[in-house]
Ligand binder design. Structure first.
Ligand code: FES
Ligand code: FES
Length: 133
């Protein structure tokens, strides 16, 4: 199995790792295929994700995709972050081996779950905006 240089880079030194005590949106998702878990923290100001952190209890591909995904949504408006697909994250990493593609789904779902949590805390029903998670 071959990992791209970018995947190895983000696995070895992932960006935006950790907890965020003052996050105003937190999402946690699990991967049904392997049992791995990802937690995503966002801080939203004026509809923009000004900060993001993640914790992944999972494989290297999950860590690399979370790292890249957080880089891609940091500083973005919520509407743009919601458009981020796992495919775009995989492309930004120059690909993943086919058997590891399911790992990239965690990051996309964790971002959506964190955004949904943010809306809920604002008293807004997230389902019409974020969809089912
Ligand atoms: Fe082994 Fe995820 S299933 S690390
Ligand atoms: Fe479980 Fe990668 S093997 S997320």
């Amino acid at each position: 199995m071959m990992y791209s240089a970018k995947v190895m880079e983000h696995f070895a030194s992932p960006h935006n790792v950790g907890e965020m005590p003052d996050a105003n949106g937190v999402g946690e998702v699990g991967n049904q295929k392997c049992g791995d878990i990802m937690k995503m923290y966002i801080k939203v100001e004026n509809n923009v994700i000004v900060d993001v952190k993640f914790l992944t209890f999972g494989c290297g591909a999950a860590i690399a995709t979370s790292s890249m995904a957080t880089d891609l949504i940091k500083g973005q408006p919520l509407s743009e972050a919601l458009k981020l697909t796992n495919k775009a994250v995989v492309e930004a990493l120059d690909g993943l081996p086919a058997v590891k593609l399911h790992c990239s789904v965690l990051a996309e779902q964790a971002i959506k779950a964190a955004i949904a949590d943010y809306y809920r805390r604002q008293g807004i029903d997230p389902t019409p905006i974020v969809g089912e998670i």
